[in-house]
Write a new protein. Structure first.
Length: 272
């Protein structure tokens, strides 16, 4: 069942102020044949608590954009701001989840989840309680003392999500986090991520090349052009939450998918 009109209005009002602002952002790389422009004139804002998907074909610069937002790459031109502050390097208030979970095999599930607290020298006892609560939310209660090699790929990715959330970041960046999973596990992880987002209400920027995944998860889908990457369209997804998987079979969902697919060639630049 969707939100009531009053609740939806309150949510829109709470999200009015942008937490992320990207202004005329550009990125180019030097090469033997001259500069390669990866991103050009990127402009957008993301509201506090919003779930945004960045969608585009391989090589369009979407992962480059995410790395700039994470402070892992410098922009060549323009700027990216988080809560009004320029992003010029890695920050403690940003959580990142990559396609590979990158868990330390010698650390238990709980110890892997607590890695940001250990690195940043935060209160171990308080963050252990937070980590245990988050592990319960993602369905890993009882696995706290297991090791990564004892977990499935989907379970490892859940640990990576908990690790990214344990220090309470202002923004969660996700770079094709389910791309390496089989189709059924990927669908279940989409449901899990939606549930976590509904409970925690973090601002999420989610990179994918799957149109259905973007429409299912996001409040808005930013559609990027082939390189040099630009924002070709911003599609607001007006489908009530929580969304069940069978919403993908509805005419409304299909219209969003068709609208987005229309930006790309019939050769199939994106997942269908």
């Amino acid at each position: 069942m969707g939100m009531t009109g009053r609740a939806a209005a309150v949510t829109r009002e709470a999200r009015a102020a942008p937490i992320i602002a990207v202004r005329r952002l550009g990125k180019s790389y030097a090469s033997a044949g001259g500069p390669v422009v990866a991103l050009a004139d990127i402009d957008f804002t993301v509201a506090d608590g919003e779930f945004v998907a960045i969608l585009g074909p391989s090589g369009c610069g979407k992962s480059t954009l995410l790395k700039i937002l994470a402070g892992l790459l410098p922009a060549t031109s323009g700027e990216a701001l988080l809560a009004g502050s320029p992003i010029v390097g890695p920050r403690r208030d940003i959580g990142v989840v990559f396609q590979s979970p990158v868990l330390f095999p010698w650390r238990t599930v709980l110890a892997n989840a607590l890695l940001p607290a250990d690195v940043q020298r935060l209160g171990r006892r308080a963050h252990e309680r937070i980590a245990l609560d988050l592990l319960g939310i993602v369905g890993l209660q009882g696995f706290e003392q297991r090791y990564p090699w004892e977990l499935s790929g989907g379970m490892q990715q859940r640990v990576a999500i908990v690790r990214a959330l344990v220090h309470d970041p202002a923004m969660l960046l996700m770079d094709e986090p389910f791309g390496a999973l089989d189709a059924m596990t990927r669908e279940q992880m989409n449901l899990e991520l939606q549930r976590i987002w509904l409970e925690r209400r973090k601002t999420v920027v989610f990179v994918t090349h799957s149109i259905p995944e973007a429409v299912f998860l996001a409040d808005r889908v930013f559609v990027m052009t082939p390189r040099p990457g630009r924002i070709a369209d911003i599609v607001a997804v007006d489908i009530p939450r929580p969304r069940a998987l069978d919403v993908m079979n509805t005419p409304g969902f299909g219209r969003y998918v068709s609208q987005i697919r229309g930006h790309f060639s019939a050769k199939g630049a994106l997942d269908s």
